[in-house]
Ligand binder design. Structure first.
Ligand code: SF4
Length: 282
């Protein structure tokens, strides 16, 4: 019975992994330590770069600014088209990292303010919310220094996580990868959870933009993008939507890139419902 007692359920995302003592979750980022599920990737930085904010992509929040962008390892989804699988689909021991504290990162962000036009810290590259405690702790330090927090996420987490972070986030780009649970079954996520994240962040006053990656044969029908645009418009027709082009990566290297004409046509479909629709990777 002793080992049964140490099983812990992770409440971070809808997958609700049941973890034996010492076990890692599906995302490679959370672990049961002494009966408590903690972020095993806390402060373990695989990527750190000063990026233009447009690269997130964020188009209507401090355009032209740079943002210090930080990533760790791990993700709770398994998109076969992942563009960042070398850090998102691996755990500790499969990728090199440097350690940094929230205070160190926030201080670096501040140093880069005058030198390089940095406006804050972006949590991105892998899925930041599988290590949401690090996002929370960094975000507090960043706000203490009068700078901004930007989240780039798949949005597939439980509402308690979003509610705790929302007051600390100034802008976010959330993927809405497909129009239905059927699509999210393919990538291993929860459609309703993602929709709820977008709604909650918007209601909290965070600047929200949404991205859909158009994957040929999967979500490239006009009805798919119309349904995504309809949901986004139901939250607010002013939310910018980025309609972006797929390139063959990870488990889909045998597929062809999305034709640029398809991306442009689908962007037109979304424009029937939304004020700001942008194309990406074209
Ligand atoms: S965040 Fe990770 S450990 Fe927690 S339920 Fe999701 S996949 Fe499992």
């Amino acid at each position: 019975m002793g080992s049964m007692e140490s099983v812990a359920v992770c409440e971070t995302c809808p997958r609700h992994c049941r973890l034996a003592e010492g076990a890692l979750g599906y995302c490679h980022a959370r672990r049961n330590v002494n009966g408590r599920v903690v972020a095993a990737n806390y402060g373990k930085i695989t990527s750190l770069a000063l990026d233009p904010i447009e690269k997130k992509p964020i188009a209507f929040f401090h355009p032209g600014a740079n943002v210090l962008s930080v990533g760790s390892f791990g993700c709770n989804l398994r998109c076969p088209f992942c563009q960042n699988d070398s850090i998102s689909q691996v755990g500790e021991g499969e990728v090199s990292f440097q350690k940094a504290t929230p205070s160190e990162l926030a201080s670096l962000a501040l140093r880069l303010k005058d030198e390089r036009g940095n406006i804050g810290l972006a949590y991105t590259y892998n899925e930041p919310l599988v290590g949401w405690e690090f996002v929370r702790d960094c975000a507090k330090e960043v706000h203490d220094r009068g700078m901004l927090n930007i989240l780039v996420s798949n949005g597939c987490v439980e509402s308690d996580v979003v509610k705790e972070l929302a007051p600390l986030l100034d802008a976010a780009n959330i993927d809405l990868k497909g129009p239905s649970q059927k699509y999210y079954d393919w990538v291993g996520g929860d459609f309703d959870a993602v929709c709820s994240t977008i709604t909650t962040l918007n209601q909290a006053g965070c600047h929200v933009e949404v991205t859909v990656l158009i994957v040929p044969g999967r979500n490239d029908e006009e009805g798919d993008v119309d349904a995504i645009a309809a949901f986004v418009a139901s939250v607010s027709p002013d939310i910018p939507l980025h309609v972006t082009r797929f390139f063959p990566r990870f488990r889909m290297t045998d597929a062809s890139p999305t034709p640029v004409s398809t991306v442009r046509r689908l962007a037109e479909v979304a424009r029937r419902r939304l004020v700001h629709v942008l194309t990406g990777n074209c």
